[in-house]
Ligand binder design. Sequence first.
Ligand code: SAM
Ligand code: SF4
Length: 329
Amino acid sequence: MAQQFEDRFHRKFYYLRLSVTDVCNFKCNYCLPDGYKPSGQKNSSFLALPEIKRVVRAFADCGTSKVRITGGEPSLRKDFTDIIQTVAETNGINKIATTTNGYRMEKQVAEWREAGLTDINVSVDSLDPRMFYQITGENKFSQVMGGIDRAFEVGYQQIKVNVVLMKDVNSQELPAFLNWIKDRPIQLRFIELMQTGEMDDLFQKHHVSGVGIRNQLIANGWLLKARAKNDGPAQVFIHPDYKGEIGLIMPYEKDFCESCNRLRVSAKGKLHLCLFGEHGVELRDLLQQDSQEEALIQRIQEQLQTKSVSHFLHDGNSGMTPHLASIGG
Ligand code: SAM
Ligand code: SF4
């Protein structure tokens, strides 16, 4: 193995979040309220399969064991199943996850599993079909729910469901969500709404702090679970009366960045050291031939030495990220 990816603060990077497209077919009000709009550069396509293979191999050779395939909506790529297979065939990668809006899950999850997908996160911001439509702009609630059922049928033992709770929108659904996981092996992941560059006053109006939810959970007998080294950023809670679990993702909490173990590569091949706050470093010129791996690793190692200690979101910094669909949430 080449030298493990590590930064100046002794954080080691086991987890790559790889965006494979910026395109999305939903219009979530906190992400792409006006829908996907192609950005600037002409003739610039998303990473092709051989480029994906090379970038994942370089990461795996430097200690990465988990890859999350994200977007935009990753399943919109026609070669999505081939991407899964390519990642799964990489030596050293043992967790292959995706984050999806669930639009294609019912029809395709069996083939994703066959190709080697080990973990699924699906975003469901409401259990009420009308509210689901209001938030996502798409009338696809039952299709997404059908996808979750199908995922269990084809053999997944646990599914993660991402929920962005927003004040006066869906936050009153917390009890309904808890009830939903009483008998289902679902890990609900409440993600605090994050402020992005293109957001108007949505954040100010609707941000709900995870701290209140955490206090509520603890008061009701939920217990914090220990973390594994390639786990994501969630604090996971379990309860003896519930089959499901709850994960809280609280990027505004002090010390959130201390346990950062993730790096990101955008759909056009830029390395992002953090979800927030920088332009990204070009990797694509070094993804054209297998023989470039050493140079690729060297560039990533150098950049890692510039990764900052925190995202500074507390200071109102929303960085350069216009919305999370652009570099994969
Ligand atoms: N399209 C896929 C989906 O929605 O699951 C994958 C990409 S999406 C950007 C990844 C995750 O980021 C979703 O769970 C979404 O809810 C979350 N997300 C997007 N914008 C966000 C924001 N401003 N604050 C918090 N979470 C956000
Ligand atoms: Fe699309 Fe996901 Fe953003 Fe919703 S959160 S608009 S599904 S990329």
